[in-house]
Design a protein around this ligand. Structure first.
Ligand SMILES: C[S@@+](CC[C@H](N)C(=O)[O-])C[C@H]1O[C@@H](n2cnc3c(N)ncnc32)[C@H](O)[C@@H]1O
Length: 271
């Protein structure tokens, strides 16, 4: 189900392929148009996302969708900021679904999944103040240039008492983005953990951090929670041995031994 056009506070600069456009292209937007083109090309030619394995993406999406469903009442108006392909909201029924992004090609795909979309940078937020019950923002806050500005813009369109579900990578090592061979100028610009996100929303913005959940535990020695003087080999072997105890024992061991790849935070706007 989609809603009407009265959600916008601004008049679009143009309408392209039926999609209202509120931002002008620049270096940052062009970077993400290039990333989305590479993504869509790889999906079409090889059937895969070149940036993240499908099973991790699905697990992360499922963890976020569970929270969005938990906190959305019937007929809730939900905005997906940085909607991408619209995968998160598309299976959800009984709500009014909106999405914004800076890639027109992504937006066309999201629109075909029943999401009412517009092209806008978060910085140019076009929606009326306090128009959404729930805002979801997955794998976006680590990308934006001015984090505080963008969080302010996102919160401005959330109703008082409304819920923001944000998912970000957990304690990511950003080194690879500085590699001279890395193909994009902008990608992840910062790393988060539960404390940094909570401090941001509770101390800088008038919000309450309600809960957080994690997703994506894998056998990856670079993400071990513990360091041993004798090296990581012993821990890695212990994790492998946990397989002998069955699936549930193995999953529990993974959660104990490794940091998750992603985490979700549920944040309520208080004022
Ligand atoms: C890693 S993708 C995540 C897409 C989707 N949320 C998901 O979880 O699959 C980041 C998305 O944010 C969009 N994006 C990045 N910076 C943005 C900004 N400043 N304003 C609006 N969208 C932005 C990108 O075009 C891209 O679609």
């Amino acid at each position: 189900m989609t809603g009407g056009v009265d959600v916008y506070e601004k008049t679009p600069l143009s309408v392209v392929d039926g999609i209202p456009v509120f931002s002008t292209p620049d270096d940052y937007v062009d970077n993400y148009v290039r990333i989305s083109a590479d993504h869509l090309h790889s999906l079409k030619s090889e059937g895969r996302n070149p940036f993240i394995p499908e099973e991790i993406w699905m697990e992360a999406e499922g963890s976020t969708r569970d929270l969005v469903e938990k906190y959305s009442g019937k007929d809730a108006r939900i905005l997906d900021v940085g909607v991408g392909l619209g995968r998160l909201l598309s299976p959800m029924d009984g709500c009014r679904k909106y999405g914004m992004d800076i890639s027109l090609e992504y937006l066309k795909v999201a629109r075909d999944k029943g999401i009412e979309v517009c092209l806008s940078r978060i910085e140019d937020m076009p929606y009326r103040k306090e128009s959404f019950d729930v805002v979801v923002c997955t794998d976006v806050l680590e990308h934006v240039v001015d984090l505080n500005l963008c969080c302010g813009r996102i919160l401005s369109v959330l109703k008082k008492g409304g819920i923001l579900v944000a998912r970000v990578p957990y304690r990511e090592d950003l080194g690879s983005y500085l590699d001279p061979g890395y193909p994009y100028r902008y990608a992840h610009l910062r790393s988060f953990d539960e404390h940094s996100l909570r401090i941001l929303f509770e101390k800088i913005f008038p919000c309450r951090f309600l809960e957080w959940t994690t997703a994506g535990y894998r056998e990856d020695r670079t993400r071990l929670r513990y360091r041993l003087p004798a090296g990581e080999g012993i821990l890695m072997r212990l994790v492998s041995l946990a397989r002998l105890g069955g699936e549930s024992c193995y999953r529990k061991t993974l959660r104990k031994a490794f940091f998750p790849i992603e985490f979700n935070a549920v944040i309520r706007k208080e004022a």
